[in-house]
Structure formats: structure tokens, C-alpha cells
Design a protein. Structure first.
Lengths: 162, 207
């Protein structure tokens, strides 16, 4: 039996083969999938902000790219994932509300989230195999631990697999 | 200045906020009603303290598509206001405004029309709020996006996520006489002031 585990906003979850992980309606937030190619242990985190050190109220680790990815990695290792076999895929970080004038820095949060996620994965020496980020639309992402493919659904577009 | 503790709102404060939402939505709905020449009712406003992780689901399933018009508020009251319409409703509004009916995606002209409707409606909401409290509210140009509700609401969620894990919002649903009918005009107003703004609003009303 294959279960689909939901990952909410500022939330993270891990699963084993053959389960799937899903995040619905990802906007400027970024979804990061970590995947151990040998054991197929997988994890997904839905982060909202780039950097926990810039924010006072930072107890919720899954809210930030830096602490969220680290926490997800720890949870996967606890479950028996092999550190050296872990790879990543990322999606989201859209620039929402582009129709109308751009007002201020809050519009760039999607971009900054993506940049932060990449930087952290890089510092952890985790390869990013694929990404579908930026642009101006929301995404639903589904990760299949069996195939290691990340399905991306967006309004008015064909499903994409990365 | 009266302090408001998001985790411990008194019944009195709650009622006042609800009334603010009621008056704002009332005014906005009158404006909408005139614009489309139809009678539209508003529901009882909901003053909700939600975990911001819930914010993407307050209006329905995250994947449902809707038109969101977002306004940034500055001045005495800062925060965001969002006006959400189902896409079908948005299309109907466009028709009512006299643009030809089409089934394709919204074009530039139609998007501008929706944006302007949002501007008028949100303007009416905020003007009554400002009148009542005597506080100045500067409103940004309306920003529009048609997308999954979860993605639309991620924007205010992120903005407020910087400050706290909870969001206090005043949400009002409106509905025309036909209610459940497919031709009904339904939507939501969501006002999300920041914490300081709540204190100022309550203060200005002598709370």
C-alpha cells in the first residue's frame, strides 16, 4: 500500500518506499525534497523564509530554509538514510502577484528562498538533481519515493516530472 | 496604548474587531452591489486567530483556483488586505461590467478590470475603517493573481511568518441573493493588520 503524506506550510515529513510526499499550492515558499538513492528514504520540507538567524521568533525549524533542511536531513538519517547517497530536488519560490506594480522587497521573497535553499544544500554538499523554481505561478508537488521523480502540477499547464 | 495579546483576546476586543469587519465589508459590498447592479449580502465576519500554517486552507482546498487581489497597507494601520473571488465569479463580474463573454484565459483587459474592481471594493472597505477609527491607511496599487488559493495565501503567510506563528485576521464572506446558485457572486474580504495596528485600532475606539 502506498500512502501519500501531506506536508503543510512550514512543515516537514519523511517517508520510506513506496510512500509519496505532497505539498499543495506552493507559492513563494520553496519545497525541498531530499532523497537517498540507495534506501529510497525520502523527505520533503516546505520552507517560507530563507534565514532563521534574521528572525526573532524562530522556534519552528521547518519554517526556514537553513534550519528546515538540516532538520529534514537529521530526521532522514535517524530513519536510516545514507548521508553520502542523498540528493535533492527543489520547486517553488514563485514571484506571486506580478500583475500590477511591484511594491518593495516582499515580492522577492520567492527568489531569496530559492537562493537560500541552494546555498544550504551546497554547504551540506548535497547535489541538486533538478529544480522548477521562480516564475509567477503556484505549484503542487508530489514526490514518488519509488521512482525518485517529483511531479509538478500548475494551473493551466501540463504536469511536469523532474 | 491598549495592548493586544494575540493568544488572549478579550470578548470585548473580539466584538469590536468583528464590528470593524462588518462595517468595512458592508461598505465594500455596497460598492460592489452598485458596480454590478445586483443585491449582495454579507455574512457575519469571522475574527480568526489561526496558526499561519492553516492560513492556506481557511478559504477552501489549497488547490482550488481563485482570483486574489492584494493590497499592501501602510500608515497608522499597516498590513495587508486581500479580496478573493472564485474565477467563475471574476468572469461574471467582467461580463457584468460590459466586456464580452469568453471562455479562454483572462486577457490583459480583463485582468485590469478585475484589478480595478478589487481596488474599488477594497478602497470602500478601508475608507470606512479609516473614517471610523480616524486612522490613516495608505493603500498600495492592487496586485492581482489568479492561481491556487494556497499559493495566493502564501504571500500574507510569509509576510506575517516573519513576526509570529499566529495570524489574526478578519474575514467576511459575501454572497448574492441566489446563494448556492451557480450564478451567485461569492467571495471573501480578508483584512490582516499587524499586531501594532490592532492595538491602534482598538485604542482609537477607546478600548
Amino acid at each position: 500500500m502506498c500512502e501519500t503524506i501531506k506536508v503543510g506550510m512550514a512543515d516537514l515529513n519523511v517517508c520510506k518506499e513506496p510512500d509519496q510526499l505532497i505539498t499543495l499550492g506552493l507559492g513563494s515558499c520553496v519545497g525541498i525534497v531530499l532523497y537517498d538513492t540507495s534506501t529510497k528514504i525520502s523527505g520533503m520540507v516546505h520552507v517560507m523564509l530563507p534565514d532563521s538567524t534574521k528572525i526573532k521568533n524562530n522556534e519552528n525549524k521547518a519554517k526556514f530554509a537553513d534550519t528546515g533542511i538540516q532538520e529534514l536531513l537529521n530526521n532522514m538519517l535517524e530513519l536510516g538514510a545514507m548521508r553520502s547517497k542523498i540528493v535533492a530536488k527543489i520547486a517553488g519560490g514563485a514571484h506571486m502577484f506580478t500583475f500590477g506594480a511591484c511594491t518593495g522587497e516582499f515580492m522577492q521573497v520567492g527568489e531569496r528562498n530559492v537562493a537560500a535553499a541552494k546555498e544550504i544544500l551546497n554547504s551540506l554538499k548535497i547535489d541538486i538533481l533538478a529544480e522548477d523554481t521562480g516564475l509567477n505561478y503556484g505549484r503542487t508537488i508530489v514526490f514518488d519515493s519509488v521512482s525518485g521523480m517529483l511531479k509538478i502540477k500548475a494551473i493551466g499547464q501540463e504536469d511536469k516530472y523532474i | 496604548m491598549s495592548k493586544i495579546d494575540l493568544n488572549d483576546i478579550s470578548t470585548m476586543q473580539y466584538d469590536v474587531l468583528k464590528e470593524l469587519g462588518n462595517i468595512g465589508a458592508g461598505n465594500a459590498t455596497t460598492a460592489l452591489s452598485k458596480l454590478v447592479n445586483a443585491k449582495i449580502d454579507i455574512g457575519v465576519p469571522n475574527v480568526r486567530l489561526c496558526d499561519f500554517t492553516e492560513i492556506s486552507t481557511i478559504l477552501g482546498p489549497e488547490e482550488e483556483v481563485a482570483a486574489g487581489i492584494l493590497l499592501m497597507l501602510k500608515g497608522d494601520v499597516s498590513g495587508m488586505m486581500m479580496f478573493v473571488l472564485e474565477t467563475e465569479v471574476a468572469r461574471k463580474l467582467i461580463e457584468m461590467l460590459g466586456l464580452p463573454a469568453k471562455d479562454t484565459n483572462f486577457d490583459e483587459m480583463e485582468l485590469s478590470a478585475i484589478q480595478e474592481v478589487g481596488n474599488i471594493i477594497a478602497g470602500a472597505y478601508l475608507a470606512s475603517l479609516s473614517n471610523m477609527t480616524g486612522l490613516t491607511i495608505d493603500v498600495s496599487v492592487p496586485l492581482l493573481q489568479i492561481d491556487m488559493i494556497g499559493a495566493l495565501l502564501s504571500v500574507p503567510a510569509i509576510e506575517f511568518g516573519k513576526i509570529s506563528d499566529k495570524v489574526l485576521l478578519i474575514e467576511t464572506k459575501f454572497d448574492d441573493e441566489k446563494k448556492q446558485d451557480v450564478t451567485a457572486i461569492q467571495g471573501y474580504y480578508i483584512l490582516i493588520p499587524d499586531v501594532d495596528s490592532y492595538s491602534k485600532m482598538l485604542d482609537s475606539l477607546g478600548m
